[in-house]
Design a protein. Structure first.
Length: 568
């Protein structure tokens, strides 16, 4: 049976903002709290957000709004910078790659200025001055010179205060092509890298670049130039501080220039241990987080999932055929047209967990199953499990520790019938947890959370992927899971327990004999504990009963204080 017009339109939802024309992006944008008013501040800012949270969409909308106000908006997609030449060759020295990357960034800014509406509207005389200024800006990062080198030395990429204040330039293949006095200072600080003899070097003099760009921006009749840098983390992590340093020295000091950067926080590096890069909080603000904005909305909705429906409605209406009548006038009406009942919308919202791209993909897959009918809970649950499995779990890095950590979290939360859990700060920042967060299998929903049994300790609060629990529900036929029963306050998990022979050792040094922790349920050593475990609905089998934190086993007769591992 042919799909309904609504479901057919859902099939066309854009999965990425850059694949959508600007008019549709503007029409489909849904205001997210105070996001746009804050982004319209002339301060330099970083916009943080995980993959799929709408960073590109927000920057495109900001571009259009400031352009409509008469300012110049330049958009730089870092995925298109450094795709060829030394910047793209990982085996080249980092300094050579960095110089080429900076040169490509400047050229991208110049090209964006050429394509701006303000430049297109210039008269003949003004256009001539604009073209001359853009030529000077391009030439400022194209100077080559041949330097006779008598020796070769390679050292760690750092920059002393003497080097940074000396000439403000980079020379390649070496690290810095400085004046004689500056070179002496650099050599004393072991920061000068030289390779080869009589090698041509790309020289980037920051002062000349800044002056050329400032002159270029002045050629258009605007009081402010906004530079939007998207996909920051597409730049190799080791080169990011060099780009940040260029921004700090060549663009951020210019009067009438505002820099906005869209980045994934866990994959960004803006500064080295030396003095290369910019300082977040001093040189640039980090006050905008899309994850935090979504979390505030989801918490305020208290399970109504209205925002997810508003997102879908905005995008559907932007794609809706002009000749076709709409059978809805409000967001509530739209939800009733698309879904069979509110429980379907809540399930979709739980699975998306504040990531619009995940909501769109799940809705698209569910619409495919629904066909000509409204989307049911069965359709959505099937799409949630498929999206979690195919896009998230299967794309985890080939790292046994990451997979083991994920499996352990899901296992323990399933046994305890919880979605939310607490981790200490060190565990939250571990590589395995960070990667699970990037893949959107774990979602951080709170920080500095207190747990009553130990109010002095601070935890991060996390939520496990809803699709992972649904997958367990559909695949574990022997021990079925009912996700609707999951609830209750979050409890700490300890992911660092190690087995040592017949003993299990806690990280804080508390050692408990394994015989007191490993036992068949019938009967466990403590009758009261056995009764409590039985009321939790645990199936027969062998378990490891681990007290949370540093609680001694003798004081852990309450099953609510235990983490339970099923071993067979």
């Amino acid at each position: 049976m042919a799909p309904s017009l609504v479901n057919s339109t859902l099939f066309k939802l854009p999965r990425r903002a850059e694949a959508t024309d600007v008019d549709r992006l503007m029409a489909s944008f849904v205001q997210l709290g105070t996001l746009l008013p804050r982004l319209e501040s002339p301060d330099h800012q970083i916009v943080y957000g995980r993959r799929g949270t709408g960073k590109t969409h927000a920057l495109v909308v900001l571009c259009e709004r400031v352009s409509a106000a008469g300012d110049q908006a330049l958009f730089v997609d870092m995925r298109s910078v450094g795709l060829s030449g030394p910047a793209a060759e990982a085996d080249r020295p980092i300094e050579e790659r960095g110089a080429q990357l900076l040169a490509d960034t400047v050229r991208m800014i110049v090209r964006s200025a050429h394509g701006s509406p303000l430049a297109a509207a210039l008269g003949r005389r003004e256009r001539g001055r604009f073209d001359a200024a853009s030529a000077r800006a391009s030439a400022s990062v194209s100077e080559l010179e041949v330097v006779d080198v008598s020796s070769a030395e390679s050292t760690q990429l750092q920059s002393s205060s003497a080097e940074r204040s000396a000439a403000g330039q980079l020379g390649f293949p070496g690290k810095a092509n400085l004046s004689k006095e500056s070179k002496a200072n650099a050599e004393q600080s072991n920061t000068l890298t030289v390779v080869g003899r009589s090698a041509p070097r790309l020289v980037i003099r920051f002062g000349e670049v800044a002056a050329a760009l400032e002159d270029l921006f002045r050629q258009t009749p605007s009081s402010r130039t906004w530079i939007m840098i998207d996909e920051w983390t597409a730049t190799p992590r080791e080169l990011q501080p060099l780009v940040a340093d260029f921004l700090r020295r060549c663009l951020m000091p210019l009067r009438g220039v505002t820099v906005k950067i869209a980045a994934i926080k866990e994959r960004s590096k803006f500064r080295t241990h030396g003095d290369i890069g910019f300082e977040v909080g001093d040189d640039i603000s980090a006050g905008v987080s899309l994850d935090d904005e979504y979390r505030e909305i989801l918490d305020a909705e208290s399970g109504t999932a209205t925002f997810v429906v508003e997102l879908l409605r905005g995008h559907v209406e932007a794609l809706w055929p002009s000749e076709a009548p709409r059978s809805w006038t409000t967001t509530t009406d739209f939800g009733l047209v698309v879904f069979t009942d509110p429980t379907v919308i809540r399930a979709l919202s739980c699975a998306a967990e504040g990531v619009p791209r995940d909501a769109f993909n799940i809705a698209i897959n569910a619409a495919g199953r629904a066909g000509s009918e409204r989307i049911s809970l069965r359709d959505v649950n099937h799409a949630i499990v498929a999206w979690s499995r195919d896009d998230k779990v299967e794309n985890l890095a080939d790292d046994a520790d990451v997979r083991a950590t994920y499996s352990r979290i899901v296992e323990e939360l399933t046994l305890r019938k919880r979605r939310r859990f607490l981790l200490g700060r060190l565990q939250s920042e571990s590589p395995a947890v960070t990667q699970l967060q990037e893949r959107r299998l774990l979602h951080r929903v709170g920080q500095d959370v207190r747990y009553p049994p130990d109010p002095t300790a601070a935890y991060d609060e996390w939520v496990v992927d809803y699709g992972a629990l649904l997958a367990r529900q559909s695949s574990d036929r022997q021990h079925p899971v009912d996700v609707s029963e999951f609830g209750g306050p979050p409890m700490p998990l300890d992911l660092n327990i190690q087995s040592q022979g017949s003993r299990r050792e806690f990280p804080n040094g508390t050692v408990l004999p394994s015989v007191a922790m490993e036992t068949d349920l019938a009967p466990p050593p403590d009758p009261g504990l056995r009764e409590q475990l039985a009321t939790r609905g645990l199936p027969p089998g062998r378990y490891v009963l681990v007290p949370t934190g540093a609680v001694q086993l003798a004081g852990a007769a309450d099953a609510r204080q235990l983490i339970v591992h099923r071993t067979r």
